[in-house]
Write a protein that binds this ligand. Structure first.
Ligand code: KIV
Ligand code: ZN
Length: 520
């Protein structure tokens, strides 16, 4: 097949690896049920391929791939495997029920990986590629081959490895920038070389998989597409190993907004981008920077007077895409006691919820109560309200906090905290500590029986004056895993306790959901 013929194909396949490369990064692990929930959102987004996990890594990963393969019918479901029989057999087993299955086999090809990690010669690598693909090919619908650390591999050997994979039966050839070292010019040249020289049957496509160690993953993926790659591996919010992967939302909008340059299309329903991002943040308890492209809360905010003036005259003065295109909530829609069920349903969808009609009715009743109490109902209120509905039903919440400092030569800080739990009722405790906040945290941990090391806490005043409100962002480590939480409240201590409780509740809910093991 000639290069020109390949580049005439305008369809760039979106291969989502949020649930594999993304999920294996510290702080992003999800239970099988949470992964299925996210997979449904990826299906609504209309990605072409969902990489559901690394089946051999843990029983939890295997279960998640099986669950997703059974439940999700539109996209191709993919499982990762090293080029060894035991891994491949696990992937095949996990994919048995998929409507359309893909095994993703990988082995490293670069000199540094060959010598220090694998201790294999070039000939041995080629043999492993050939044997592993032949072992898998009759048991799945298609095979993708990845040459790990491809972009640090000798170009001639990379061509040889990819040709070997294509001849053995792989129809998608992925050249990852595993360590995120490339520049856009280099990756363009590498793909141009592969497309020109890899010997392959008709229909084989090239794929790019870029890590963001130098902040170039999106630029590099776009450069690979420009050179002729027709699959991009990417993740929601750019999550992934170390600095992450190419961010799906930036890549998709880059291709869409600069269609004049790339002349390609994806099948992504872009108005689902914001909800997908929100859902991932909620499931993993991690926040993104407010200035993050496409999905950050400032991405469509215009504060400077001169910008607001331009925007009022014509939005195109400062906006290259509209908030609606990516499903971001329009700033004008404020929810309160006069809002109807339809408006709530719309906001829930934007926040990544897909409630059944019955759940929407229940949510609407709770929303009305909240609106009566608080007037304006914020997104954070809605998320808290919805999480209170979570099937685990295990949410602790604060009833009362009293803080005291004794005077005298050795002042002591006390906190009395009263929490309520749907099953355990009201429980209170009094604790001392180095400061009122530390005392309150100790009381919370004693009541819940859950331990968390607080790694960071940041509080911010939102509104001054009568409706004073604070937010607290907390980072904790629970049983060796990092997690973050955010909450708001009328004072810093209430907000901080709520943020801590958010992380503890999440952790407890996950344990109830039966997370078994971590991926490799
Ligand atoms: O970064 C990488 O090389 C990978 C491969 C397994 C595709 O994640
Ligand atoms: Zn990767």
């Amino acid at each position: 097949m000639s290069t020109s013929k390949l580049t005439q194909d305008p369809h760039v396949r979106i291969f989502d690896t949020t649930l594999r490369d993304g999920e294996q990064a510290p702080g992003f692990s999800m239970s099988p049920a949470e992964k299925l929930d996210m997979a449904r959102t990826l299906e609504a987004l209309n990605v072409d391929i969902i990489e559901a996990g690394f089946a051999a890594a843990s029983p939890g990963d295997l279960e998640a791939v099986q669950l997703i393969a059974t439940e999700i019918r539109t996209p191709t479901i993919c499982a990762l495997a090293r080029a060894v029989e035991a891994d491949i057999d696990a992937a095949i087993r996990a994919l048995e029920t998929a409507r359309h299955s893909r095994a993703h086999l990988f082995i490293a090809t670069s000199p540094i990986h060959r010598e220090f990690k694998l201790r294999m010669s070039k000939a041995e690598i080629l043999k492993a590629i050939d044997a592993s693909i032949r072992h898998a090919r009759d048991h799945v619908d298609e095979i993708e081959f990845s040459a790990e650390d491809a972009l640090r591999t000798e170009p001639e050997f990379l061509v040889e490895a990819m040709s070997c994979a294509a001849q053995a039966g792989a129809t998608i050839l992925n050249a990852p920038d595993t360590v995120g070292i490339c520049t856009p010019d280099e990756i363009h040249a590498a793909f141009t070389n592969l497309i020109a020289n890899v010997e392959r049957p008709q229909g084989v496509i090239f794929s790019t998989h870029c890590h963001d160690d130098l902040g170039l993953a999106v630029a590099n993926s776009l450069a690979a597409v420009h050179a002729g790659a027709r699959q991009v591996e990417c993740a929601i919010n750019g999550i992934g190993e170390r600095a992450g992967n190419c961010s799906l939302e930036e890549l998709v909008m880059g291709l869409a907004v600069r269609e004049d340059i790339f002349r390609t299309n994806t099948r992504v329903e872009t108005e689902h981008l914001w909800p997908a991002s929100q859902k991932l943040m909620r499931l993993t308890g991690t926040q993104i920077a407010p200035n993050k492209a496409i999905i950050g809360k400032n991405a469509f905010a215009h504060e400077a007077g001169i910008h607001q003036h331009g925007m009022l005259a014509d939005r195109r003065t400062y906006e290259i895409m509209s908030a609606e295109t990516v499903g971001a909530p329009g700033s004008s829609l404020i929810l309160g006691k006069h809002s109807g069920k339809h408006a709530l349903g719309q906001r829930l969808a934007q926040l990544g919820y897909q409630p059944s009609p019955g759940d929407l009715n229940d949510a609407f009743k709770a929303f009305k109560t909240l609106a009566d109490r608080h007037g304006e109902v914020t997104d954070a209120d809605i998320v808290a309200m919805m999480e209170g509905y979570s099937p685990s039903g295990s949410a602790w919440h604060v009833v009362r906090t009293e803080l005291r400092t004794t005077t005298g030569r050795k002042p002591t800080q006390f906190a009395r905290v009263e929490l309520e739990h749907p099953d355990r009722g009201r429980v209170s405790d009094v604790a001392t500590g180095d400061g009122q906040m530390a005392a309150a945290f100790t009381a919370v941990q004693r009541i819940t029986g859950l331990q968390a090391d607080v790694l960071g806490l940041e509080t911010r005043l939102l509104n001054s004056g009568a409706g004073r409100e604070f937010t607290a962002d907390i980072e904790v480590e629970i049983a060796g895993e990092r997690s973050t939480g955010r909450a708001r409240g009328p004072d810093v201590i209430t907000a901080a306790i709520d943020a801590l409780l958010f992380t503890l509740n999440r952790n407890e809910a996950r344990q109830c959901a039966g997370k078994t093991a971590e991926p490799a």
